[in-house]
Design a binder for this molecule. Structure first.
Ligand code: AMP
Length: 275
């Protein structure tokens, strides 16, 4: 997994949530074991992870989907991990006449992601001259090195600070677990454990009480494939309803449930979801 940068912290946290008990790695550690699972973690540059996985140096690796594409390696994506979200976007100086992606045709574009940018621009039918840079891509237009840049964006604040205007995403990325084309049984098992954690993070366990007559309305509101559990309460005519709901829907769902008669609504985190 990445030794530094944005993906390191959430990667260690994923191992913690998976119950592996990673031995808290110091800032300079190159590797660390896990106390609860036969997993040894190597800390390397995020950009080196794809090659290490392809060459079989490790069973699997965590890195950005953008870097997997950029390195042009033959690896298999075993699991999307739900963190490290960002987009690869072209941007131009505020005052540039460029309005949309198509206007980049024939212009000079600076990027630290030359392979991916070339592929994505070609797919969009745009022939730009790429200028490879390794850092501080945002200053390239001001230095007269390029007319535009293509860089990773998460909040967009770095672009704004540098007087740049984004033209819209070319590629959406997040952290992924990748394995070799023929993944080992251990890598597949690890992917399954991570999947159960990632899916659980997106879910909440909902419990509420309601009059029996409100159950059809409640079932219509509670989305998802899993049928709710309906349990009788000691009070005649009242039931408890339990269901797993998407965390992202909760803000909307709770007032709607109250409006159809739900009371004593409890929402609790889910630690794992599998099966
Ligand atoms: P770094 O923090 O530079 O080590 O970034 C490594 C990876 O973090 C990138 O390859 C992306 O997959 C991911 N990432 C997420 N958000 C951003 C962002 N705003 N800028 C750069 N990288 C990002």
């Amino acid at each position: 997994m990445p030794a530094k940068g944005r993906l390191r912290g959430p990667s260690v946290e994923l191992l913690e949530h998976a119950g592996f008990a990673p031995d808290a790695p110091g800032e300079r550690a190159l590797a660390f074991p896990c106390r609860n699972a036969p997993v040894d973690v190597l800390l390397v540059r995020a950009a080196d992870v794809p090659e290490y996985v392809q060459d079989g140096v490790v069973d699997c690796g965590i890195t950005g989907a953008d870097l997997v594409r950029e390195r042009g390696v033959r690896v298999t994506e075993l699991q999307r991990l739900g963190f490290g979200h960002c987009t690869l976007e072209p941007a131009v100086p505020e005052e540039s006449p460029v309005r949309e992606l198509a206007d980049l045709d024939g212009l000079r574009v600076a990027t630290a992601y030359p392979r991916l940018t070339r592929e994505l621009l070609a797919e969009a039918g745009i022939g730009a001259e790429l200028v490879d840079v390794t850092g501080s891509v945002e200053v390239a237009p001001r230095l007269g090195l390029a007319d535009a840049i293509v860089d990773l964006v998460s909040s967009g604040s770095t672009l704004r600070t540098n007087g740049l205007r984004a033209l819209g995403p070319l590629f959406s990325s997040e952290a992924v677990l990748v394995g070799p084309e023929q993944p080992s049984a251990g890598a597949l098992q690890l992917a399954g454990v991570f999947r159960s954690v990632v899916e659980a993070r997106r879910a909440r366990y909902l419990m509420l009480n309601a009059p029996e007559a409100a159950v059809p309305d409640i079932c219509a509101l509670v989305p998802g494939s899993r049928a709710p559990t309906i349990l009788p309460l000691a009070e005649p005519g009242m039931v408890a309803v339990h269901a797993v709901v998407p965390a992202a829907d909760v803000w909307r769902l709770l007032p709607e449930l109250e409006a159809v008669g739900a009371s004593s609504i409890l929402l609790v985190p889910v630690e794992r979801m599998s099966g």
